[in-house]
Ligand binder design. Structure first.
Ligand code: DQA
Length: 153
């Protein structure tokens, strides 16, 4: 994997509705706003992004499979699939590149069913509760992981 390959940023179900979806929880920024932010911030690290959203679990699984060897890292907000999808977990297990999990809301301050994440079992770390800024922090994390030698801590 190489830093010239894009960071795949995956967004799961209902995140296409950001801006109108429960703004008190998720903010007023749209997914397009977040994509623009990510593109601009990635540039500061010399990275590019491939930013996608799907409401379909299988489509997300296929995109993760295709990221093998073609993405320098994966940032994933799997939405509700975070808490339910063994299929997404299994796909992420195929990935050698850094994986960073993002949630706009602070999932541990919400309903108990949101406290478990399948994605966390394979992610290097999770950023939760910082709204859209979480994606920027996730890019910082990927950039830092890409600089860390694999044998290092
Ligand atoms: C979310 C949190 C999930 O529990 C929820 O189902 C979402 C969004 C977040 O970004 O805070 O769709 O992933």
């Amino acid at each position: 994997m190489s830093e010239t390959q894009p960071v795949l940023i995956l967004n799961g179900p209902n995140l296409n509705m950001l801006g109108v979806r429960e703004p008190a929880l998720y903010g007023r920024e749209t997914l397009v706003d977040i994509e623009k932010r990510c593109e601009a911030h990635a540039k500061t690290h010399g990275l590019t992004v491939d930013f996608r959203q799907s409401n379909l679990e299988g489509e997300l699984v296929t995109w993760i499979q295709q990221a093998r060897g073609t993405a320098s890292g994966i940032i994933i907000n799997a939405g509700a699939y975070t808490h339910t999808s063994v299929a997404i977990l299994d796909a992420l297990k195929l990935i050698d590149a850094p994986i960073v999990e993002v949630h706009l809301s602070h999932i541990f301050r919400r309903e108990a069913f949101r406290h478990h994440s399948y994605v966390s079992l394979v992610a290097h770390g999770m950023i939760s509760g910082f709204g859209a800024h979480g994606y920027v922090l996730a890019l910082d994390a990927v950039a830092s992981l890409l600089q860390t030698p694999k044998t290092g801590s």
